[in-house]
Design a protein around this ligand. Structure first.
Ligand code: DC
Length: 233
């Protein structure tokens, strides 16, 4: 059996990172971890508990009360995020959270808290993790790194369709301004900003089908495994 590896998928908001990551994990029999869900769940906790996240000690105290883990759910056939015993996988997708999460994710103590847990989740390898800093900060030595991008109108339309199903009052303008704002904050923050790692393979899926991108990514895995087997021989 081939050695298990770590696969990181970073990129801009709504360019299909989680779709690809989930499909790859399923094909390879790996664990899929949505690191963005952790930042979203922390944001949910802060909002519900009126945590003043501009106050360093309030953030430290609040984080002591935040317990996160992922649980595989039969119904969705994927791992879902649990915040203090509550499945929050669906509430964290709301625009209320999307409007604040990038700001919360700039906080150094929040990042330290999330990154430590993400690194622990990858200690056994056999993991596909998507996010913004996975290939640069969380797993800088990952065997395979993918950086995803797509043109903004395509990303807006995809995210709009997804959110409209749950909230028919949402407008395309709201979705567009949220994506642009998050892209800006995520790539300009001081602590581990969104960057393409030097050794990440670029995947622009503007004009690519889901099947094409999956077979492209699986080919990369195959090539990586072959190179590793050569080195071991
Ligand atoms: O992947 P997502 O859209 O659910 O992520 C939500 C936000 O969380 C994103 O705008 C920035 C932040 N995030 C981050 O800073 N680092 C990560 N590894 C993942 C997400």
């Amino acid at each position: 059996m081939s050695k298990k590896i770590i696969i990181t998928i970073d990129g801009w908001s709504a360019c299909g990172k989680s779709t690809l990551a989930k499909q790859m994990a399923k094909k390879l029999g790996y664990v899929y971890i949505d690191s963005g869900a952790m930042y979203r769940a922390i944001t949910l906790y802060f909002l519900r508990n009126h945590t003043d996240w501009t106050d360093k000690s309030a953030v430290k105290d609040a984080l002591k009360q935040v317990h996160l883990h992922f649980e595989f759910t039969e119904k969705s056939q994927q791992s879902e995020i649990i915040l203090n015993d509550e499945n929050v996988e669906y509430v964290i997708r709301d625009l209320v959270i999307a409007e604040k999460v990038s700001e919360v994710a700039t906080i150094a103590d929040v990042r330290k808290f999330a990154v430590k847990q993400q690194q622990r989740m990858g200690s056994q390898k056999g993991i596909v993790m998507d996010g913004r800093d996975i290939g640069t900060t969380v797993f800088p030595d990952a065997e395979l790194k993918i950086f995803m991008t797509a043109d903004i109108p395509v990303r807006v339309e995809r995210r709009f369709k997804e959110m409209f199903e749950k909230n028919p009052n949402i407008t395309i303008e709201e979705v567009k301004s949220n994506l642009e704002m998050r892209d800006y904050i995520d790539s300009n923050r001081e602590v581990s900003p969104l960057r393409r790692a030097d050794d990440a393979v670029l995947l622009d899926n503007t004009d690519v089908t889901m099947e094409q991108q999956l077979s492209f990514a699986l080919k990369l895995v195959k090539e990586k495994r072959a190179a590793m087997a050569m080195q071991d021989a």
